[in-house]
Design a protein around this ligand. Structure first.
Ligand SMILES: [Zn+2]
Length: 475
């Protein structure tokens, strides 16, 4: 009997670490891991000698901008950019138009993804309308999302209608989300403090990108710390699974560590801009608003990096946030007028692989942060997130020796630019495979719109059935 596909000769990064092995795939599922050269006969054999075979990268936080803001990005361009970066699953955020606040809107959006997504996907819905939560949860969303921020001076990316910072409303949302059994993702922000801080900058006539960067990181990151303090206390009161977005201060790391030591369901993500962009003031000076998402002072960056290494924080998720150049340009004069956020879906895996090559972390740890932990936190594991028998055949094949100076011309995202242009990386995705099919091959996006499938949190029953099936294959 022959299988569909064998990846031959690679170093396969399994949950136990890297091993020399061939991987067999049939029907979109991993059916075998064998000693090199001992794989079954296959309809197609791809030689990946000298390369690393990683589980497909799971990005739990991305902005595909469709519907509503398709001049920035759309589902096809966004999921294609992800495919080019080694990502096999990407979860969209609800700040599109209309924002994802009802089951009806969610249903329409799922229909769009079914038609257009190049890789597997899901959607994080806004929890703004409490009466809609049970139905949206039943439709298989990955998580609910709250932005605690409402923009001043612009109406995107944090538009009115989904921003919530009133503590009473947050408590109600946590209680209602808890009943659905899903996690709640929160972008932490203290609007009351930000209002005061902004007014001080503006009163001094300081409005440029430097002022914006410094306002948001003001007083050693106070707006992040007070927000996370409140969120953690509300989490304790409701026992909801709280997933903190944009982890970027030492204070937040310490609070999360304490909550986890008590066994509470608190997880978090770190974004590429905290690790490789906003953590260096020289980038802010050079790129202005093109470098902002947010400015992260050095000692905060160091605490966050340590949190990733020691397991206090769980994962790297992109917060891929494409905007046009026209939307960034005003930032030189007025940082509050530029749209906040930076694209990274195509680049972040190669940035992390560069760190692996530099000895800053092991390949095993990198895979935990990119694939295994996000899949576990959002219950996509063991279907996704690891190379194991019975799992979806999702892979990122990496040439760890390939070197490149990143540049704008290669960018697949519709925005057409990357804040990482000029950066030298070592370790590049060569192929991206989703359920056994190449969506990115030899450096070219070959995936078709509509191939992507929705991946929802697994039930305990589903996990049990998968484990039984895997045991039968290996027996
Ligand atoms: Zn975001």
């Amino acid at each position: 009997m022959s299988v569909d596909l064998v990846l031959k000769g690679g170093t396969v990064v399994t949950e136990g670490g890297p091993v020399q092995a061939d991987v067999a795939v049939s029907g979109g599922i991993i059916t075998g891991l064998t000693a090199p050269g001992e794989g079954p006969h296959a309809h197609r054999t791809v030689d990946v000698t000298g390369m690393y075979v990683l589980p497909g990268v799971i990005d739990t936080h991305s902005h595909h901008r469709e519907p509503g803001y398709t001049h920035k990005e759309d589902i096809i361009s966004g999921t294609s950019a992800s495919a080019a970066g080694g990502v096999t699953f990407s979860a969209a955020m609800p700040n599109v138009y209309p924002p994802v606040t009802t089951a009806k809107i969610l249903k329409d959006m799922y229909a769009m993804y079914a038609e257009k997504a190049v890789i597997d996907y899901n959607i994080n819905a806004a929890s703004a309308k409490l009466e809609e939560l049970p139905e949206m949860a039943a439709m298989g969303i990955m998580s609910f999302k709250i932005f605690m921020v409402v923009d001043t001076g612009r109406d995107y990316p944090h538009m009115p209608g989904i921003g919530v910072h009133d503590h009473g409303k947050l408590l109600k949302m946590f209680q209602e989300v808890k009943k659905t059994g899903l996690p709640i993702m929160v972008h932490p922000h203290d609007q009351a403090l930000m209002d005061v801080i902004e007014q001080e900058y503006w009163a001094r006539g300081e409005r440029d990108y430097r002022a914006y960067a410094k306002a948001y990181s003001s007083l050693d990151g106070v707006i992040w710390d007070t927000a996370v303090g409140v969120l953690l206390r509300l989490q304790q009161a409701t026992d909801v699974h709280l997933h903190i977005l944009h982890l970027q201060t030492k204070g937040c790391v310490e609070m999360i560590k304490a909550a986890r030591a008590q066994g509470r369901p608190v997880t978090s993500e770190v974004n590429p801009w905290t690790l490789w962009l906003g953590n260096d003031w020289a980038n802010v000076e050079r790129l202005g608003s093109y470098a902002l998402s947010y400015y992260v002072e050095r000692h905060h960056y160091e605490a966050v990096w340590q949190a990733l290494l020691d397991g206090t924080s769980d994962m790297i998720a992109t917060d891929h946030a494409p905007h046009t150049r026209a939307e960034k340009e005003p930032g030189w004069e007025n940082g509050w007028k530029a749209h906040t956020g930076t694209p990274s879906a195509q680049e972040y895996v190669s940035m992390l692989m560069t760190d692996v090559n530099d000895g800053k972390l092991t390949i095993k740890k990198a895979v935990e942060l990119l694939s295994e932990n996000p899949a576990k936190v959002f219950k996509l594991y063991p279907k996704k997130g690891a190379i194991r028998i019975g799992a979806d055949a999702d892979f990122a094949v990496i040439d760890m020796n390939a070197e490149l100076t990143l540049h704008n011309e290669r960018i697949v995202s519709k925005c057409g630019w990357t804040p990482y242009a000029g950066r030298k990386v070592k370790g590049l995705p060569v192929h991206t495979i989703v359920r056994g099919k190449f969506v990115f091959e030899d450096g070219k996006v070959v995936g078709e719109p509509g191939y992507g499938e929705k991946a929802s949190p697994l039930t305990d029953e589903h996990v049990r059935r998968m484990q039984t099936a895997a045991a039968m294959v290996t027996a």
